[in-house]
Design a protein around this ligand. Structure first.
Ligand SMILES: Nc1ncnc2c1ncn2[C@@H]1O[C@H](COP(=O)(O)OP(=O)(O)OP(=O)(O)O)[C@@H](O)[C@H]1O
Ligand SMILES: O=P(O)(O)OC[C@H]1O[C@H](OP(=O)(O)OP(=O)(O)O)[C@H](O)[C@@H]1O
Length: 219
């Protein structure tokens, strides 16, 4: 009987670039992914893993529907998409912060109903609900910073890492909502059926993360 392959859905783009070195340090050959061109599925040549490259929100869908066993995805996506899968590891990369930002003349305490632009309507709603504020939320797919600059919205809820995009667009931070990092999550049924293989991978990655992440950053 051939050994079952673990299907790992990896968020392509920024997360992929930051996670590949961790996978390699954990002993997984990622050469095929590094030279992938337009291919989307890769069998690891030396281990029983199959990598599926997908957008973050789709990684959660693959996991929920059992089309992938393991997902590697930002905590921003997990919260926004109400993921109910088991989170086994904080990979310590893809670190950024959710913030409320706008132009210098924005008044967060103004009594008028605010219009907020964001890629993350659920996280935005929860934040303003906690403040007891009813806001209008406009869903934006990218370059969220445009919203307050063009008059589309009063402010934005978005993620920032270096602050460069905010600075270059003359926007300032009014509040910090929550930190974000890349997580390893697992489908519940897969965890039952392939427990040994999943924990073997998680243990190897955890050793790499613990060796490379400063202690104060591990939550
Ligand atoms: N500026 C950032 N710094 C660090 N991590 C980020 C940053 N922006 C996004 N991330 C993390 O990386 C994940 C994927 O971001 P990425 O920009 O690659 O994809 P995207 O948001 O779908 O953008 P695009 O549509 O441009 O590919 C996010 O879900 C988040 O967890
Ligand atoms: O603080 P910084 O380091 O400048 O990073 C912040 C930017 O990164 C993300 O955008 P992304 O690059 O994913 O592009 P997008 O606007 O197309 O979503 C985020 O939405 C900010 O625009």
């Amino acid at each position: 009987m051939t050994e079952a392959r673990l299907k790992i859905a990896l968020t392509k783009g920024r997360v992929e670039q930051q996670v590949l070195p961790l996978l390699e340090q954990a002993g997984i050959d990622c050469d095929l992914i590094r030279h992938k061109q337009r291919r989307l599925i890769f069998d690891s040549p030396t281990q029983p893993y199959e990598f599926i490259l997908a957008k973050g929100p789709d990684v959660t869908t693959f996991l929920e529907r059992g089309a992938a066993d393991i997902g590697i995805v930002g905590s921003d996506i997990l919260v926004e998409h109400r993921s109910t899968q088991y989170e086994l590891l904080d990979l310590g990369v893809g670190r950024c912060q959710f913030i409320l930002a706008s132009t210098a003349d924005f008044d967060p305490d103004a009594p008028q109903r605010k219009i907020i632009g964001t890629k993350y309507p659920l996280i935005t709603k929860r934040y303003f609900d906690q403040l007891g504020q009813d806001v209008e939320i406009i869903k934006i797919e990218g370059s969220v910073e445009l919203a307050p600059l063009t008059g589309l919205a009063d402010a934005i809820v978005d993620i920032t890492e270096t602050g460069t995009t905010l600075r270059e667009n003359h926007l300032q931070i009014y509040d910090y909502l929550q930190p974000v990092s890349t997580r390893l999550v697992v489908n519940r049924l897969a965890l039952k059926q392939q427990q040994a293989a999943i924990y073997d991978l998680v243990d190897r990655l955890a050793a790499v993360v613990n060796a490379t992440t400063p202690k104060e950053q591990i939550k």
